[in-house]
Design a protein around this ligand. Structure first.
Ligand code: THU
Length: 148
């Protein structure tokens, strides 16, 4: 039920996507360990490169509100003005941001194409051998970003 709620929040967030260039709209909903849901949408720019993906919008929103620990994210996406027909996996940059704040083995990434249908992946599945805070901080076991 928690998953369905998260997918529904991602679908709602997608309605705010600002996509005059790619015309591809993405919505995300990030679940904090506090239980709070942080929605995000993609926001494009005329000069293209400042464009922010929906997933990163959700993460930066959450972190800017003081939350740094997360359990799951739901992602939905597809061409503007059309029903969603396929899953929208997160881009590599967004996977890297997930690596910064999430446990690769427990963080769940829900890829949905409707309020009733989604796949669940761990971050480790989508970013094997990822480079993260533990590599830089030279801690091996028990590294917790919460303590950084
Ligand atoms: N986009 C996202 O919001 N998330 C992703 O993970 C993939 C791509 C956005 C960026 C751009 O506005 C549009 O989708 C097409 O790339």
């Amino acid at each position: 039920m928690e998953h369905k709620k998260l997918v529904t929040a991602a679908l709602e967030a997608r309605e705010n996507a600002y996509t005059p260039y790619a015309r591809f709209q993405v919505g995300a909903a990030l679940l904090g360990k506090s239980g709070k849901i942080y929605p995000g949408c993609n926001v494009e720019c005329a000069s293209y490169s400042p464009t922010n993906c929906a997933e990163r919008t959700a993460f930066f929103r959450a972190v800017s509100e003081g939350e740094r620990s997360f359990t799951a994210i739901a992602i939905v996406g597809g061409p503007e003005g059309k029903p969603i027909e396929s899953l929208c996996p997160p881009c590599g940059v967004c996977r890297q941001v997930m690596m910064e704040f999430c446990d690769p083995d427990t963080f769940q990434i829900l890829l949905a194409d409707s309020p009733d249908h989604w796949q669940v992946h761990t971050l480790r599945e989508l970013l094997p051998l990822g480079f993260g805070p533990a590599n830089v901080l030279e801690r091996k076991e028990g590294t917790s970003h919460e303590n950084v």
